[in-house]
Design a protein around this ligand. Structure first.
Ligand SMILES: *Cc1c(COP(=O)(O)O)cnc(C)c1O
Length: 392
């Protein structure tokens, strides 16, 4: 009894400590579809923190695709892909994805997190080495630790530090793993230089394009943006952000995909996503391919936000993507600014350690934001500018 009590007390003390540091996390309940305006706890908020960059999460085409798939395939897939859960929409999605990004083959995973775990642990073991950017997504870090390979992290976008690590490594297999678009900063990895290093040192280059697919390269993502192709490239896109559904796709040479189908534990030992999710993702990819107006509109909003903050005390990180971080001096003031915006009906996520080193408001834009929506954010930020003065 006393033991149980002390176990609980230790957790409570840990939570209290987080509270004291303004680092405790809470959730808000959203009672509407994802979108530019969301219902939250009885209020309507203008949303600037979603990854629904193209506004497809509640798009009519995706809804219809999912509804029709439910009619035809029901809800649950019933088994893993390798047993009897791999249904026609899953197969169609893999083929369409590979074709869209011009890669030989693709393999579906239930989420981006699982794709990263599956690919890195499927390719690497104890005698191998993995080289990663310090700002990579948490799921890639977890994947590298789980692989038991020699895990080397280089400073953000620091190519010569990476090259020195590669040159020294005696590992059997080498893999460089990066985010193509850094999720909390919005900046890009120098993929052409990274591919050159991968080729020079006979390493794989694994590209996590969670935030680039659908947005960059005419929607085809970061490889198209940089016009890259190589048998050493392994590409991952998630389907829960710009695509508006859920899941993830890994694309590579056919032999890589066949290997992963046999070795990626997160693809093997898990139930396939519902067919309706795959059908909606396929409709999302079709919308990305056919409708350029969403991307044009999104790019116009990004330009509007950046121009609107020129000459103010606010500092946006350098980013051409829908991720536009507003850097602030400390956790407490980041929370205060986020709270003040919330009170004005604007939802902007405060991102703090340990997710990032430097606290920030992570503003994300969507193709469904109107010019007036971004003006509303700019007006609120202008009104709150004195708060920023007090923080310095
Ligand atoms: C969101 C994200 C993931 C995880 O994808 P999910 O499908 O949400 O699990 C992986 N990598 C990066 C860079 C991400 O931003």
């Amino acid at each position: 009894m006393t033991t149980h009590f002390s176990l609980l007390e230790a957790l409570q003390a840990g939570l209290d400590e987080l509270d004291g540091l303004h680092l405790r996390r809470y959730r808000h309940v959203v009672d509407s579809p994802q979108g530019v305006r969301v219902q939250v706890e009885g209020r309507t908020l203008l949303n600037f923190c979603s990854n629904d960059y193209l506004g497809l999460a509640n798009d009519a085409c995706l809804r219809v695709a999912a509804e029709q798939a439910v009619q035809r395939y029901g809800v649950g897939s019933g088994a893993s892909h390798l047993v009897c859960g791999h249904q026609s929409p899953h197969e169609a999605l893999e083929r369409a994805f590979a074709c869209f990004i011009d890669m030989p083959a693709a393999l579906g995973f239930s989420s981006g997190y699982m794709a990263n775990l599956g690919v890195v642990t499927g390719l690497l073991g104890r005698k191998d080495a993995v080289f990663t950017d310090k700002l990579n997504h948490a799921s890639l870090n977890d994947a590298c630790a789980l692989s038991r390979a020699d895990f080397r992290r280089f400073p953000h976008n620091h190519l010569s530090a990476l090259e020195a690590m590669l040159a020294k490594s005696k590992a059997k297999r080498k893999l460089i793993a990066v985010d193509a678009v850094y999720s909390m900063d919005g900046d890009l990895a120098p993929l052409p230089d990274l591919l050159m290093l991968a080729e020079r040192y006979d390493a794989w280059l694994y590209v996590d394009d969670a935030h680039g697919f659908g947005v960059l390269g005419g929607g085809r993502g970061s490889l198209a943006h940089w016009q890259l192709a190589s048998p050493q490239l392994i590409y991952m896109a998630t389907l829960g952000k710009a695509v508006g559904s859920a899941g993830a796709m890994v694309a590579a040479q056919r032999v890589v995909i066949d290997w992963l189908l046999n070795k990626a534990r997160t693809a093997i030992y898990t139930t396939a996503n519902p067919a309706a999710i795959a059908a909606a993702a396929l409709a999302g990819i079709q919308a990305i391919e056919q409708d350029t107006s969403r991307r044009d509109h999104l790019m116009a909003r990004i330009g509007q936000l950046r121009e609107g903050l020129v000459g103010t005390a606010y500092r946006l990180a350098d980013s051409i993507t829908p991720i536009q971080p507003l850097l602030l001096p400390n956790n407490e003031q980041t929370m205060a600014m986020s709270q003040a915006l919330w009170e004005r009906g604007l939802w902007v996520a405060a991102i703090r350690p340990p997710t990032v080193q430097k606290p920030r408001l992570r503003i994300t834009l969507s193709a469904n934001h109107s010019k007036g929506d971004v003006d509303e954010l700019l007006t609120a930020l202008t009104e709150l500018e004195p708060m920023l003065g007090g923080m310095r």
